[in-house]
Design a protein around this ligand. Structure first.
Ligand SMILES: Nc1ncnc2c1ncn2[C@@H]1O[C@H](COP(=O)(O)OP(=O)(O)OP(=O)(O)O)[C@@H](O)[C@H]1O
Ligand SMILES: [Mg+2]
Length: 334
């Protein structure tokens, strides 16, 4: 399916369920994707579509209970992560696989200095001396735009602003030259200048080391600028996936079309409000058996309410899970 280098990360049929007092929440319902060496995969979808839960599931980052991975396979460089011991997974995490979380406080420990927290994995995974690790930590902080980086190493997380903590997390995720970087809304809290700087660092990482990158964001403009491929999620499913140009210019899924339509155009100017998609995403007390977007879709017909579409290839590594065909305005010929 992919040309060029093989996937560093290959996820198939991933399913994650939360046991809650109100019943099971089916957050991830058979997600499949691959990330090749040196590739940037953008992941988009409304709030609650399962983006974070998917990525947290990959590296055993969800507390169980309530979370349980109930199906699927996660291959890192061809090895099944689900068969690895917690120790093996921990050693991948923060070393070969870098993570930036949506909420920086979930991975910064308030009782240790920022410097200690950046240096720990560097010493462990790269075997550097204390002095060398400290130098690298200061370089990394400076790289992500923290002023007076060397002195800031001795500060604690609460002494940093929210945006700075976010940058500390990015520095930590990059610290061991990861082969895979998974970044969940990494630049949301940052101003545009810093954001541009971070994007340049990430592009450089990819150029220098061939790191495969998964980039979750609500910012479709950012996706257009940085991603090679885009994956659109809805209701814990991948509803459309393909090369970035195809996603923007040959959009297949009505949901993707709606997401793109929420971005104000340049001519609408600054005053334009971000439009929202009408209706609410479903609450997933069961895995979807029909198309989960059908109740909000203006193209939906009988089959959409009866049968959940599989991912249908439409050429050039682009696929869509939808019975409706935008080319004919009628049912897809499958
Ligand atoms: N601990 C939990 N217990 C029960 N349900 C949960 C838990 N954590 C997440 N969920 C549910 O899983 C679904 C997917 O959540 P997830 O955080 O992956 O969404 P997201 O796509 O990352 O959204 P956002 O864009 O807001 O970050 C949501 O319906 C959410 O309510
Ligand atoms: Mg999220």
């Amino acid at each position: 399916m992919l040309d060029g280098p093989g996937p560093v990360l290959e996820v198939s049929g991933l399913r994650t369920v939360f046991a809650t007092r109100g019943g099971s929440v089916h957050a991830v319902n058979g997600v499949s994707f691959a990330v090749a060496e040196g590739e940037i995969l953008g992941v988009v979808g409304e709030s609650g579509s399962g983006k974070s839960v998917t990525m947290m599931s990959l590296m055993g980052l969800l507390p169980s209970p309530p979370a349980e991975i109930v199906g699927g396979s996660i291959l890192y460089q061809g090895r099944e992560v689900r068969d690895m011991s917690p120790r093996e997974i921990r050693s991948l995490r923060g070393g070969e696989i870098g993570f930036v979380f949506q909420d920086p406080m979930t991975s910064l420990n308030p009782v240790f200095t920022v410097g200690f927290q950046i240096m720990e994995p560097i010493r462990k995974h790269m075997g550097l001396s204390k002095a060398a690790a400290r130098r690298r930590a200061a370089e990394l902080l400076a790289l992500v735009g923290i002023p007076d980086a060397r002195a800031r190493l001795d500060d604690y997380p609460h002494q940093f602003s929210g945006g700075m903590r976010q940058r500390v997390m990015i520095a930590m995720a990059l610290s061991c030259d990861p082969k895979v970087l998974i970044a969940d809304e990494p630049t949301t809290a940052l101003d545009v200048t810093i954001q541009a700087q971070i994007l340049e660092i990430v592009r450089e990482l990819r150029r220098r080391l061939g790191t495969g990158i998964v980039w979750i964001t609500h910012d479709l403009g950012l996706v257009a600028g940085i991603a090679d491929r885009v994956m659109v999620m809805y209701a814990g499913l991948v509803v459309e996936q393909g090369p970035v140009a195809a996603i923007f210019s040959r959009t297949q899924h009505p949901y993707t079309r709606a997401l793109l339509a929420t971005v104000p155009s340049v001519t609408e100017g600054r005053q334009a409000r971000l439009r929202t998609i009408e209706g609410q995403p479903p609450i997933l007390m069961a895995a979807p058996v029909s198309c989960p977007f059908a109740p909000r879709c203006r193209h939906a017909f009988d089959r959409c309410h009866r049968e959940n579409p599989p991912r249908i290839p439409v050429g050039n590594g682009h696929d869509v899970a939808c019975w409706w065909d935008p080319a004919t305005g009628g049912a897809r010929d499958v």
